[in-house]
Structure formats: structure tokens, C-alpha cells
Design a protein around this ligand. Structure first.
Ligand code: PLP
Length: 463
């Protein structure tokens, strides 16, 4: 890399109306998208990288440029997302990275899984969106498939685009069915950032500046079933009521935190006892990530409502949903317009999701996650002994792993060291005490070994 990408140009006019330029700028990128990869010139690649950096600064958010390793660790040659396949990402300038971030659980079947891409493309050529009036076959069939895949009596569902929408929908369903209004969620829990889901979130940094949020949400420590029961009792004692308890099977964003083994079975008992709905937020844990098809499958628990997202669309398209039992869903029947969305569960998303399920089952992605997760944990545990003081813990299930360091600084150094060795992980300048390892569930062992060698090399260097 010789020419600097990260130097803002001085002569751009970042704002102001200019219709002619709106057209020419749009046309420029459309033309580039359509150019076959081999024919994109070096000049065009450089233009893409440089204007992307500039556009982030001028039109998205300068803040990202200060925290992302793709900028801070590449000096003046920021990485620009461009293409990928399986577990390998290539930036627009052709630099390759092994992806162990997996889009935080988005890329469970790998990047551009051929079967999922083929299904989405085929549907794109038939009908990309709904008429909004006729009955749509893909959405109906996908609901049937999810009903068969999920535990217990889960039977009916609604599709949306993002995980946070799935959570908002689940909250509405719980309120409508129970006629109650409060929720219990967990400290450090993550459910998305729309105003509804944000109310459940377990971290002050995202909630506090936006208060007041929804009333009646109580956060309790994750993994503590007694705290849930106590919180329901407190609510009842002061005249509040609780519609649902919403929990991630294994906390993802918090850093792959597993609950005690009796936690989910006890949540089930407590929710039954107080007639409160048990809502599993499987947005990150669903579809094989933790070594079972769903996170709750580790404990054989059937929730009343399940939320899906991220990997549901097979890493090809945005897709989410929430599902429940026939008994609960009945409250949505008198007025099916109580909850709607124009683009949620569109035909391309459903095509991708249906193909995703075939890949999940045919390739036994859950089994692969279980086996590969154990392998990585064993290898990293050995490194923990070999390089004392650098790694505090490796934890998690399947390929939802958390690598914890004594402090942010060591964590960032490891993340940056991996990055400079061609491995893409999470871990930003201000948040690196725990790095999540969430590669594609079908990442080949050769690449896993490559990553582990580069990790060991990084640790050796830090020692
Ligand atoms: C990512 C995530 C969400 C939010 O999904 P978005 O698509 O980012 O809105 C909700 N819950 C959990 C458990 C998640 O990991």
C-alpha cells in the first residue's frame, strides 16, 4: 500500500443540495457494482477505498473511524469491505483476512454459501417483494419449517428484518396475550437498540441518555433464577405486573456468558408458577451457533416465545422473526394488523432463510460448532498456561466463544496483533477486555489452525 486512503480531501463539499451530483455519484457506484471483479481497475479500487473513508467522515459517523481496527491499525490505508467467501474476507484493495468475527453471528453458514446465494438469486428473478395483498408462499412455508425446527409447541410466527424488531414484536405479543405490561431482563443483556428493545438492555451507557424508556422493566443478574423470582414477587407486591421474562440462552454481547445448568429449567418453572411468558432471545444463539440448533436445546427447555435474527437469513440478507404457540398467538387473530411490516419476511429473505435451514441440517452446522468450539477451547486453554498473564479465560459453547484478557489494553493488543497477521476479530480500542470468537460454523480446520498459530505468534510477541 503506497497511496494514502485516510487523508480527507480538502475540496469536497460535504453538504448542500446538488441533484446532478446525486445522480452521477449514484451512477458511479452502480456501474462499479456491475463491473466484473477482474475488470475493476486499480484506480477504481483506490477511488472506492478513499471515497468510502471520506464518506464515513462526511456522511455516516466520524466516530467509527477512531475505533475500528480496520482504520486505526492500518495506518493510512483503511480496510474497505468488498468481497468474501466462506471464512475469508477480501478488502477492496485485495488484502485477505480470515474472518473469526463472523459478523457477530451473522455468517453462521459462511460468507456467500452457494446454496443460499442461489436460492436468493433465483427468487430475485421471480419476485423480489410482496404485492402486499396476495398470499405469499415462501413466508408461509418458512413459518412451517421454523415451527418444525423449534422445541415445544412453537407454531406461529412473524418475520421482520432486524433482531431488535423481533424483540419489539415479542414484547408486544407478550403484552397483548397476558394483558400485563412489565418485563424482566438481565444485567449486561443485549436485545437490540430500538426504543422497545433498548428498554430491556442491561447497560447504562446505552440506556441512560435516552430515559425514560418503557416502564416496568427490571434487570436482574444473568444466571440467577432466584433473582428472577424475587423480582416478580417485588413487582406483584407493589402492584406492578410482569408480562414476560426475556433472556439470551447464553449472553452474547456480554462476552459469551453461560448460565448455570439449572437456570433455564428453573426459569421455565418460575414463569409457569407466576403465569409470566418465558421469552428466549435466540437472535445470536439460534441456528447452530452454540452447538445445538437453538441455545435453549442445551437444557431441553421450551420457551413461550422465541426471537430469531442474524444467521436466520443465512448471512445473505437481513432477516428476523419471533415465534410462539398457537395458544398465545390467538390474541393476534382478531386484528392481524396489530403488528405489520412492509418489508419484513420479503421473498428474497425467505428464500435465503429456507436455504439456510437446509444448509444447517445437511451440513450439521450445530454439530460442527460443538466440535470445533471444543477444539478451539482446548488449544487456547493450553496457550493460557504457556503464556501466563495474557489470557484470563476462554469460555462459551459451540462457536460462541469469549476470550477474556486481564484488561482492555492487553485485549486490544491481541486483537490488533491478530489483525496485523490477517485475522479479523472483534475488539475495538475502547472495548477489548473480552473478544468474541464467532467464525462461520463450517470454518475448515486448516483455517482454525492457521488462526491459532497466528494467535500464538501474537502472544509470543507480547510476552
Ligand atoms: C444482535 C442481537 C440483537 C439485535 O439484532 P439487530 O439485528 O442488531 O437489531 C438482539 N438480541 C441479541 C441476543 C443479539 O445478539
Amino acid at each position: 500500500m503506497t497511496k494514502a486512503i485516510n487523508t480527507p480531501t480538502t475540496n469536497t463539499i460535504p453538504s448542500g443540495r446538488n441533484i446532478a451530483e446525486a445522480l452521477s455519484e449514484a451512477q458511479k457506484m452502480v456501474d462499479l457494482i456491475k463491473t466484473p471483479e477482474a475488470e475493476v481497475t486499480d484506480e477504481e479500487r483506490f477511488w472506492i477505498a478513499k471515497s468510502t473513508y471520506q464518506n464515513f467522515a462526511d456522511h455516516l459517523n466520524k466516530g467509527f473511524l477512531e475505533y475500528r481496527k480496520s482504520v486505526t491499525e492500518t495506518k493510512d490505508a483503511a480496510l474497505t469491505d468488498w468481497r468474501g467467501e466462506g471464512s475469508v474476507l477480501q478488502d477492496v484493495m485485495g488484502r485477505e483476512y480470515i474472518d473469526i468475527l463472523g459478523g457477530f453471528g451473522l455468517y453462521s453458514p459462511g460468507i456467500r454459501h452457494p446454496k443460499i446465494v442461489a436460492a436468493a438469486k433465483a427468487q430475485l428473478d421471480r419476485s423480489p417483494q410482496y404485492s402486499q395483498e396476495m398470499l405469499d408462499p415462501l413466508r408461509a412455508q418458512l413459518a412451517k419449517v421454523i415451527a418444525k425446527l423449534t422445541p415445544g409447541d412453537i407454531q406461529y410466527g412473524f418475520f421482520a428484518n432486524s433482531g431488535t424488531e423481533a424483540v419489539d414484536g415479542a414484547m408486544k405479543l407478550a403484552k397483548l396475550y397476558t394483558g400485563k405490561s412489565g418485563f424482566i431482563s438481565t444485567l449486561k443483556g443485549f436485545h437490540g437498540k430500538s426504543l422497545g428493545a433498548l428498554s430491556l438492555l442491561g447497560k447504562a451507557v446505552y440506556r441512560k441518555p435516552l430515559l425514560p424508556l418503557l416502564n416496568g422493566v427490571r434487570q436482574v443478574p444473568f444466571g440467577d433464577a432466584d433473582a428472577v423470582e424475587q423480582s416478580i414477587r417485588h413487582a406483584l407486591e407493589v402492584g406492578d405486573d410482569i408480562a414476560g421474562v426475556i433472556v439470551e440462552p447464553i449472553q452474547g454481547e456480554a462476552g459469551a456468558i453461560e448460565p448455570p445448568d439449572d437456570y433455564w429449567p428453573r426459569l421455565r418453572q418460575i414463569c409457569d408458577k407466576y403465569e409470566v411468558l418465558l421469552i428466549a432471545d435466540e437472535v445470536q444463539t439460534g441456528f447452530g451457533r452454540t452447538g445445538k440448533i437453538f441455545g435453549v436445546d442445551h437444557w431441553g427447555v421450551a420457551p413461550d416465545i422465541m426471537c430469531f435474527g442474524k444467521a436466520l437469513g443465512g448471512g445473505v440478507i437481513a432477516m428476523s422473526g419471533f415465534f410462539s404457540t398457537a395458544k398465545i398467538w390467538k390474541c393476534m387473530e382478531p386484528n392481524p394488523f396489530m403488528h405489520t411490516t412492509t418489508t419484513g419476511g420479503n421473498p428474497i429473505a425467505c428464500a435465503a432463510a429456507l436455504a439456510q435451514v437446509t444448509v444447517l441440517l445437511e451440513e450439521d452446522l450445530a454439530g460442527q460448532a460443538a466440535e470445533k468450539g471444543e477444539y478451539i477451547k482446548t488449544r487456547i486453554s493450553a496457550m493460557k498456561e504457556k503464556y501466563p498473564g495474557l489470557i484470563s479465560e476462554i469460555r462459551g459453547r459451540g462457536l460462541l466463544l469469549g476470550l477474556e484478557f486481564p484488561d482492555d489494553e492487553i485485549g486490544y493488543k491481541v486483537a490488533a496483533g491478530l489483525f496485523s497477521r490477517g485475522v479479523l476479530t472483534a475488539g475495538t480500542l475502547n472495548n477489548a477486555k473480552t473478544i468474541r470468537i464467532e467464525p462461520a460454523l463450517n470454518i475448515p480446520y486448516t483455517l482454525i489452525d492457521e488462526v491459532l498459530e497466528r494467535l500464538e505468534d501474537t502472544l509470543k510477541n507480547l510476552e
